[in-house]
Design a binder for this molecule. Structure first.
Ligand SMILES: Nc1ncnc2c1ncn2[C@@H]1O[C@H](COP(=O)(O)OS(=O)(=O)O)[C@@H](OP(=O)(O)O)[C@H]1O
Ligand SMILES: [Mg+2]
Length: 378
């Protein structure tokens, strides 16, 4: 019999991520079809959108409804400060609209909608509630409402990532990838390219998926994106996914971040060369890279952030458990597991992150890091 532990948590998380993807698609469509006044600068200059806050409010509200606002702890990327400022009234109104529009469709995703539309105050409270900092004990939901903000505003790849951490271990991971293409070759192509070449028109529902897994199940699942305008029962369908079985570096594809600022691409290129990875890297925004490994569309994902940058738990938690349950291996560049028990950062991370479809490639790459590190300038 299927193990029912965490069944409810997984079910709600998957549905909430489907809803979040639906909200994002609507906002992204608006963003790329007009020059946007919905993009605001965060302290770190990355663009932040209605989708970021809208998803955070929606997911926070849904989790609180089902599991109780007092008992649910949520760690999430967005800070409510910028949204509460007086010059953000228009943005806030757009967020409230997006949240209510999304929650109206909850029954079509198999969840309950609120009795009446949320007020501005309720939306702000839902966002604010996500102020947990995680830690080694208890249950913490971890949310990246829109991972790969740059990909999002460029009409490209981005992800919605929700994970459940219990006593420092990632138990559940759900990754929504609204623009995941039917053909993996299109993963690093731009939206405009899709529009001209894809048989599916941009507003069709034929691209995008939600991946999910529960720790210890040995299984990872993929669902096509559910539609908010169609009854839930009629569209539910999930299939098992598995990592690639390729272990010959010459046949393997490696993924890395698009932005040079986020990962040392020349170090990764040297490493790739030294282990015999011959293909061009697949540069993809966001945790969609984890999805590509879990689906078997690529074999390796490497990220070497600049010295001093501390990786955040929400940028990895969901992806890690999905890849592991799909049969892959995830460690830091020293070969140690990632530690999700120490607050919002992956404290103690050794140099970078290495994600592989199997142990053979993984051992080679970690070995090559050891061999090359002293001579690298990282
Ligand atoms: N300087 C620096 N170094 C390393 N990593 C950084 C850095 N700055 C940001 N980030 C975080 O990286 C998240 C995006 O990582 P990606 O691997 O998807 O990079 S890329 O978008 O493909 O370039 C990105 O997530 P989002 O903010 O959700 O987009 C950041 O949390
Ligand atoms: Mg992120």
């Amino acid at each position: 019999m299927e193990d029912e532990t965490y069944a409810k948590e997984l079910d709600v998380a998957v549905k909430a991520v489907h809803m979040a993807c639906s909200l994002c698609r609507r906002v992204q469509h608006g963003l790329i079809s007009r020059t946007s006044d919905e993009i605001k600068s965060k302290d770190d200059d990355s663009p932040v959108t209605v989708a970021d806050w809208g998803v955070q409010a929606t997911v926070s509200w849904l989790l609180s409804e089902v599991f109780g606002s007092q008992s649910v702890s949520i760690v999430a990327e967005e800070d409510v400060q910028a949204l509460s400022e007086s010059d953000s009234a228009g943005l806030l109104a757009a967020v409230v609209d997006a949240v209510n529009g999304c929650l109206d469709e909850a029954p079509n995703f198999g969840l309950q909608k609120p009795d009446k539309h949320l007020t501005t105050q309720e939306v702000l409270e839902a966002i604010k509630r996500c102020n947990s900092t995680g830690g080694p004990e208890g249950r913490h939901w971890v949310l990246d409402p829109v991972d790969g903000t740059l990909g999002f505003v460029r009409g490209n790849q981005y992800a919605v990532a929700l994970a459940l951490i219990e006593d420092g271990k990632v138990i559940i991971g759900v990754l929504g990838c609204p623009n995941y293409p039917m053909k993996r070759e299109w993963l690093n192509y731009h939206h405009q390219y899709y529009q001209s070449t894809s048989p599916a028109t941009d507003d069709s529902w034929e691209k995008g998926c939600v991946l999910y897994a529960r720790r210890g199940s040995g299984k990872a699942w993929l669902q096509p994106l559910l539609r908010g305008d169609v009854n839930f029962e009629s569209q539910y369908e999930a299939r098992l996914i598995r990592v690639s079985s390729v272990d010959d570096p010459a046949l393997a594809t490696f993924c890395e971040p698009v932005e040079k600022a986020n990962s040392n691409q020349s170090y990764a290129a040297g490493l790739a060369h030294s282990v015999g990875l011959r293909k061009q890297p697949l540069r993809v925004y966001s945790m969609v890279k984890y999805a590509a490994i879990a689906r078997g569309d690529a074999e390796v994902f490497m990220k070497f952030a600049r010295c001093g940058y501390k990786e955040k738990i929400w940028d990895h938690a969901a992806g890690v458990v999905i890849v592991q349950e799909a049969g892959g291996v995830v460690t830091d560049a020293g070969g140690k597991p990632l530690d999700f028990s120490r607050g919002i950062y992956l404290e103690g991370l050794d140099r970078g992150i290495i994600v592989c479809c199997g142990a053979t490639l993984h051992e080679r790459i970690v070995g090559a890091v050891y061999a090359s590190w002293d001579s690298s300038n990282l």
